[in-house]
Design a protein around this ligand. Structure first.
Ligand code: SPD
Length: 280
């Protein structure tokens, strides 16, 4: 029997594939195709609409980096909002901080949550945390309509800007997130790969800069995302992405596989081509 490979194709001349040992789930929600399978290299893996999202073996590269630069620098971290993140990895990292009193997660696709709970329990280890308020709903509508108190940190853990995540890369959505931030608050989002999704990356960072006044992309590595090279962008109106609270960071980095204070200080360094295109 021929080997089973899951292949994400980026361009006519570039693709990324993993050898699959077992298909665990395949289904279609109201929003997207959800697939979970076992891979030899990275263990249980989630893909949405044919695009790799996360895997048991490499998820920490992504989840530690989307959470900790914001969580170690925001003046307060009592109230945190996570939009997306249906596999549970981002809220797991947020809820590692005892200072967090309330974390709301708004994920549009209940099927992703249900199947992640079933097949990816090693990623979503905080589902039962009493501080978590899990809502299956539209994050765009939530930030537009909510009368909730402001949040200290807002994290957008969306998928790529196609399908249900398209409206998450948009000015009015960013304006609503800004409005919901407490003083000194931080908004952070995954901002794609500057090599493979060049236009999305630059357009997103420039739009975030327009809305928040400060938008600092930072760089890391996620093995299952094509070329591996990945970014997140840190936005704040009146905060500072390098104002690391040493005690908070020291406490958290002990349980991290990737994030530490050296990574934090280094990851905001901009490659020359990025500096040039962003006019910095
Ligand atoms: N190209 C895939 C980008 C996916 C970003 N979100 C991943 C979700 C992990 N919690």
């Amino acid at each position: 029997m021929a080997d089973d490979w899951y292949v994400e194709k980026f361009e006519d001349n570039l693709s990324f594939g993993l050898k699959v040992t077992k298909r665990l789930f395949e289904g279609k929600s109201d929003f997207q195709k959800v697939e979970i399978f076992e891979t030899e290299r990275f263990g249980t893996t989630l893909a949405l609409d044919g695009l790799y999202q996360t895997s048991a073996g490499d998820e920490y590269f992504y989840h530690e980096m989307i959470a900790h630069p914001a969580m170690t620098t925001a003046p307060n971290i009592e109230r945190v909002l996570v939009i997306g993140g249906g596999d549970g990895g981002t809220v797991r990292e947020v809820l590692r901080y005892p200072q967090v009193k309330f974390c709301k997660m708004v994920e549009i696709d209940g099927l992703v949550i249900e199947q992640s709970k079933e097949h990816l329990p090693m990623i979503g280890t905080a589902w039962d945390d009493p501080r978590l308020d899990l809502v299956v709903g539209d994050g765009i509508a939530y930030v537009k309509e909510t009368k909730d108190e402001p949040y200290d940190v807002i994290i957008l853990d969306g998928s790529d800007p196609v399908g249900p995540a398209e409206g998450l890369f948009n000015e009015s959505f960013f304006e609503n997130c800004k409005r919901m931030l407490a003083k000194g608050g931080v908004f952070v989002m995954q901002s794609e790969n500057p090599l493979l999704f060049k236009d999305v990356f630059y357009e997103t960072v420039l739009l975030l800069e327009k809305v928040f006044g400060q938008a600092d992309p930072y760089f890391g590595y996620v093995p299952i995302y094509g070329a591996g090279y990945w970014t997140w962008t840190y936005c704040t109106v009146d905060g500072d992405h390098l104002a690391i609270k040493e005690d908070r960071a020291e406490q958290i980095e002990q349980s991290c596989k990737w994030y530490n204070r050296d990574i934090h200080r280094g990851c905001f360094a901009l490659p020359n081509e990025v500096k040039k295109r962003l006019g910095r």
